[in-house]
Design a protein around this ligand. Structure first.
Ligand code: AMP
Ligand code: TRP
Length: 323
């Protein structure tokens, strides 16, 4: 079973990114063959500043390594280090009807949000299908917003296989990230664009300030409280053990406990977990050559598969090259 996912390098990660996506990526490395890549070609649809894209690309590598991605287990690499991906994207485009892309919801959403309606943005799902199909990936862990893209990938695999009469490409399945929606400081979905995020690599003091600013209601200390309606509790249950979560739940319902106490505990839990990883990230950041070696080794492993699949693809459709 091969697991693959792409991560757009889009800046400082927050608790929503970690509990919504990254945590499950890192867990999947135990027991599966995992390929995780940094989707820098996709990010070129929104970030068109060379220095910034380079920075974002190395940041996300540091983030994954600091949070426990083990390069001996999972291959971590840059999308752009596998040239077969863009080659396959073109070939897929030739068997895919334009109508399929016209139905892409994410394209429409992005254009509505003011992102330039470039050909690249329109073509985005084809490149994503190539990312997945080039490694004959079986399982693709993603958030809900990406499921349509995986379904389009399934369609494109079918179009190719049917057109050329060979089962060359493997149909992938999406795997939904388990954490539903992680709320932000104001109780809305945590999102960079809402300005309500708690990033995962904050220094201890900034983290404490942010956590203390989590919005809670004005139920008096003595009164019983509903844990299900509390943003601080929603974050606590992600970070605490099930036993500790159950104990806090009891205390909420019993009354006599103020939200300040929960926030104080959140600060401790944040620091105990992310503080250590922040240190590890700083150490890695001071050794860029080591990180580069990890990315190159990941690319080497991924490319072994990509070259084989691309060979089969060219063979099936009659494209002759000297490679
Ligand atoms: P984004 O950079 O917003 O596209 O998010 C990257 C990944 O993090 C996606 O897989 C999202 O599903 C996940 N994610 C982002 N924000 C949240 C959130 N507030 N709750 C749960 N998952 C999230
Ligand atoms: N589009 C994905 C996102 O925005 C990132 C991505 C690119 C991806 N290629 C992929 C995810 C292939 C899974 C598989 O989150």
């Amino acid at each position: 079973m091969r697991v693959l996912s792409g991560i757009q390098p889009s800046g400082a990660l927050h608790l929503g990114n970690y509990y919504g996506a990254m945590k499950q990526h890192i867990e999947l490395q135990h027991g599966h063959e995992c390929f995780f890549f940094i989707a820098n070609y996709h990010t070129l649809t929104t970030v068109q500043d060379a220095a910034r894209l380079r920075q974002l690309t190395s940041d996300v590598a540091l983030d994954y390594l600091a949070m426990g991605l083990d390069p001996a287990k999972a291959a971590l690499f840059r999308q752009s280090d596998i040239p077969e991906v863009t080659e396959l994207a073109w070939i897929l485009a030739t068997v895919t009807g334009k109508g399929l892309l016209d139905r892409a919801v994410s394209y429409k959403d992005k254009v509505e949000r003011g992102i330039a309606a470039s050909m690249g943005l329109y073509f985005y799902p084809v490149l994503m299908a190539a990312d997945i199909l080039i490694y004959r990936s079986n399982l693709v862990p993603v958030g809900k917003d990406q499921v349509q893209h995986i379904e389009m990938t399934q369609d494109m695999a079918g179009y190719f296989n049917n057109t050329f009469g060979r089962e060359v490409l493997v149909r992938p399945e999406p795997k939904l990230n388990e954490a539903a929606v992680v709320p932000g400081l104001d109780g809305q979905k945590m999102s960079k664009s809402y300005g309500n995020s708690i990033e995962i690599f904050l220094d201890a003091r900034t983290a404490e300030k942010k956590i203390k600013s989590i919005k809670t209601d004005s139920t008096p200390v003595d009164a019983p409280k509903d844990p299900g309606a509390c943003n601080a509790f929603a974050l606590l249950r992600l970070m605490a053990t099930p036993e500790e979560t159950a104990e806090w739940e009891r205390r909420y319902r019993a009354g006599g406990m103020g939200y300040g106490e929960v926030k104080k505990r959140l600060v401790e839990l944040y620091e105990a977990f992310f503080g250590q990883r922040r240190e590890r990230r700083a150490q890695l950041a001071a050794r860029p050559d080591e990180v580069e070696d990890i990315l190159r080794d990941g690319a080497r492993r991924a490319r072994l598969v990509a070259e084989q699949v691309m060979h089969d693809v060219r063979e099936a459709c009659g494209i002759v090259t000297v490679r």
